[in-house]
Every structure is written in C-alpha cells, then in structure tokens.
Design a protein around this ligand. Structure first.
Ligand code: SAH
Ligand code: SF4
Ligand code: F3S
Length: 470
C-alpha cells in the first residue's frame, strides 16, 4: 500500500475508535523522552489520540491510556521507563488502563524481550517506523483485546498528513528528515531510526506556510543531520520535484526565509563534516535564520574523533568555526560534548577543554559516555572507569559554567531582539522570551506583547536567564 492510502486507512481507524468512545471522554497521559524529533513524533501521537476522542491529563491515576515515547541514546532513559512501568502495574490491575510504548527504545530487541518477560501487562509495543499505525493498533487492542507488537526493522517510509497537536502556538518544530547514515561509533540512533530519508520540499513548504497562517512565528527544522537534507535522494536518483528550486539544505533555508509571517528559523542538528559553503552563505544571507548554530563537537581530540567516526579533526573543526565567524556576523555557537569515550586519555580530554576555551560556546550540552549495545564503542576494550568519567565531566562543567558567566556579562547593557513567548513559569507577573541566540530573557510587560519580537535592554544576568527592560 502506498503511504497516502496507508494514512487514509489510519483515518478510518481513527473514526472507528472515536465511535467506541462516543459516549465518554477517555483520558491519556504521555511521557516523552529524548530529543526534539521524539517530541515532534509525540505531537503526532497526541493529534491522533485527540481525533479519536481522548483528552490529555497529567495524572496517570485518572488516565485510561498511558503512552510512552522512549529514547535510548543514553542509559538513564531505560531506568526511567522501567521505574514508571512498575508504578503503572497497579493501575493496570485495578482499572485495566491501556499501556502503550513506542519510540527508539522499542527498536532494541533486548529491551522488548525484557518488557515481554518482566512487564507482560503492557498492551502495545510499537517502533519508530510504525508510529503512523497507532490508531489501528489501538483499535485492535480495544476491540480484540489482544496484545500487539508492531515493530519493523527496515527503513520506514515518510507519512504525510498525520494529525498533529502542537505544544504552544508561537514556536513549532518541523521534521525535515528521518534517520542517520553517519554511524558515529558511540551512537545508537542509526540502528533505531534507520537510514536517512528526507521529506519532499513541497510537503515541508506547505506545512510551514500553513503554520504561518495559523500565526506561528518561529520554526525549528529537525533532523539527525539536517545539512545532508536530500543527499540520499540525490544519490538514489529519487525525483523530489522542483518546489522553488529546493535541492539542498541551503536552498531549503532560502525558500523558508521567504515565507510571510515566519519571523525566525532555527535548525538542529547539523554535522560539521557537511557544513558546506552554501549552507554558511545561506545562514549569513537569510535575515530570519537565527545566528545561533548548534555545531556538535563531541571531542576536541583528533584521535578520539577518529575513533568516534566523526570524520573531522580538531583543526578542521576550529577552521570551520573561524570561517563561519568571518562570514556570519553576530554568530554564536552551541555544542554537544561526550566525555569518557573508550580510550580517552587525560591529555586527549584536555584537547576538549582547549576547544571549549577557544570557541567560547553560547551553550554546551555535556554527556557522560554511555555504552550502547550493538554499537562499535560498546565493543571497545579500553572503557573508562565510571569514577574517572564523572571527574572529567565535573571539570568540563566547571569550565563551561565559568565561561557562561563571562558570556552572560557581555549581554548586560546591550539591546536584544526578543521573541516574547508568554508568562514566566516562576513569576506570573513577568513575561519570558528568547534572544536570537536562544537566551531566556525575563521582563515586565503587558500580555499583548506575546508573540511579538521586541527590543529589550538587558539589565542583569543570572546564570540561566537574563533580565530585560523595555
Ligand atoms: N544527530 C545529532 C544528535 C544525536 S544524539 C548529532 O549528531 O549531533 C544527541 C547527543 O547525544 C549527541 O550529539 C551526543 O553528544 C550524545 N550522545 C549520543 N550517543 C551517546 C552515548 N552513547 N553516550 C553519551 N552521549 C551520547
Ligand atoms: Fe548519532 Fe552521529 Fe548520527 Fe548524530 S550523526 S545521530 S551522533 S550517529
Ligand atoms: Fe533518543 Fe531516538 Fe532522539 S534515541 S535522542 S529519541 S532519535
């Protein structure tokens, strides 16, 4: 069946479940782990559920359905899932609540085996390639009272036109590609998300035009490797149409930049090895593209980078940063770093500190290396002891925090363009928004500013946020 017909079939299942629910308003909870791609998938699951008559609750005690969208990029997510399942067992026994688990972790056989053995009360297991079939799986669970496992280990298709219920009405995420071809040696993502495949330019543009009509101001383009957008399609000779001359990530940015109503464009994550000149030029020339670029470093040592299969050296990374800083005015950078990769020596770790000192990132997401079953990194013999990894992590963290204070100080006294997002969570009398460089700014102002980009003078810095004034 082609993907359009498959989506139509699922619409029929949505109607069928809706009919079962017609005299009640069942409730669901959803717990989403992992990255923004998973959050975007969860928005689709919520869209399907709400079309089937469900409403969301935060309280699992009153839920009729509990849904988990899992991540497996690091170990702690597993502990979290199994902890929650333990809690839900009682609700299952008392009230027959339906329990469904989907996402990346379900693509790992040792995990689904463990669930089937130790948590046999779980009703639906579904993977990353079968998310669109959730209505059918739910229908069959309710009607036929059967336990379902719907996980395939091939490259899933792209299903356009699934319902979606977005978080918020100012910022929206748009997935532009699925999967990853890079196989960094520490990373599980290529095994659980399959190979790269990009959405067709026309579908992306249509979705963003629609978001603009609904009043969304900021778009974040998502993918595991956004700057290789359409590469796999070029290689396979797939015809992706001729929507506004889009044939690459750079041309996609330029086309989105022209969409009326959209004021800001962000994207995560690009890969340094694919940061071609046309992408740098597009960022520099597109006025709506934010000048904060996430450029995952992972390690600052060339030997470790080689073992990680990152395909760039310390020198190449620094040269890229230099080139970008020259060509993109007001550029700021954020990054991801892993400490304690197998074999990382003290001296090699210091190279990472050195790059952090030199580049002065706006933000650093720091991770302790976590062994992932099935990856080359897991089979390496020279694993670093936990204690050592933690010590290095603390040293990196101390450096990053000291730089952050220094960096925040640079904002004080400047005027920043801030997209106002809403009330501050901690103080309802204040508003919160973000700068182009994604820094949180808290300030006093009236509610009609929400959704607008305004000039704010920064008056003080507080580690995790800045204080501004009109
Ligand atoms: N595709 C993106 C992000 C992938 S996952 C990219 O390449 O940047 C997000 C981050 O998790 C990675 O950038 C990496 O820093 C971290 N990560 C991935 N696998 C990990 C592992 N096994 N242990 C610790 N951190 C890991
Ligand atoms: Fe993982 Fe590397 Fe792919 Fe990112 S680029 S998802 S780190 S394999
Ligand atoms: Fe996690 Fe899957 Fe994202 S493993 S980081 S949720 S792609």
């Amino acid at each position: 069946m082609d993907t359009a017909n498959e989506v139509k079939l699922q619409e029929q299942y949505i109607e069928k479940v809706k009919k079962i629910n017609q005299n009640k308003i069942p409730k669901y909870t959803i717990l989403t782990m992992g990255c923004q791609l998973n959050e975007n998938d969860s928005e689709k699951l919520c869209g399907m559920l709400e079309n089937m008559g469900y409403i969301q609750t935060q309280d699992s005690k009153e839920a009729d359905l509990a849904l988990f969208n899992t991540c497996c990029v690091r170990e702690n997510a597993e502990d979290k899932l199994f902890g929650k399942l333990g809690e839900l067992k009682r609700l299952k026994e008392e009230r027959g609540i339906i329990i469904a688990i989907g996402g990346c972790m379900m693509q790992e056989k040792h995990i689904t085996d463990k669930i089937k053995q130790s948590y046999p009360f779980v009703d639906i297991l579904f993977g990353t390639h079968t998310l669109h079939k959730f209505p059918e799986n739910l229908y069959k669970t309710i009607e036929e009272k059967k336990k379902l496992e719907d996980i395939i280990d091939i490259n899933g298709e792209i299903y356009e036109g699934l319902p979606i219920k977005r978080e918020g009405n100012i910022k929206a995420s748009v997935t532009i590609m699925n999967g990853c071809n890079n196989f960094c040696s520490y990373c599980i993502v290529p095994y659980v998300r399959g190979r790269e495949r990009s959405r067709m330019p026309k579908d992306i543009i249509y979705e963003i035009e629609d978001l603009a009509k609904q009043g969304y101001q900021e778009i974040t383009l998502l993918g595991q490797n956004v700057n290789s957008y359409l590469r796999a399609e070029h290689e396979k000779g797939i015809n992706f149409g001729d929507k506004e001359g889009i044939h690459s990530f750079a041309t996609l940015l330029k086309a989105i930049n022209k969409i009326d109503g959209i004021k800001r464009i962000r994207f995560v994550s690009p890969h340094p090895k694919d940061f071609t000149e046309d992408v740098i030029e597009a960022i520099a020339s597109c006025n709506k593209v934010c000048k904060l670029v996430h450029l995952p470093l992972q390690s600052g040592n060339s030997k470790v980078l080689k073992e990680m299969n990152r395909k760039y050296t310390k020198e190449q990374y620094l040269a890229l940063v230099k080139q970008m800083k020259e060509k993109i005015p007001n550029l700021t950078l954020s990054t991801d770093i892993i400490v304690g990769f197998p074999g990382e020596t003290e001296k090699e770790f210091e190279d990472t500190l050195d790059v952090v000192r030199q580049v002065k990132f706006e933000q650093v997401y720091m991770f302790i290396y976590s062994r992932r079953v099935g990856t080359p990194g897991d089979k390496m013999e020279n694993q670093i002891p936990e204690e050592q990894k933690h010590k290095r992590f603390d040293r990196l963290k101390a450096l990053v925090e000291s730089q952050m204070q220094e960096n925040n100080q640079k904002y004080v006294g400047t005027v920043q363009k801030v997209l106002v997002e809403g009330e501050s969570k901690n103080n309802k009398d204040l508003l919160t928004g973000r700068t182009d460089s994604n820094k949180v700014v808290i300030f006093e102002g009236s509610e009609d500013l929400i959704g607008k980009i305004i000039d704010l003078k920064i008056i003080s810095e507080h580690m995790w946020y800045l204080k501004g004034e009109m």
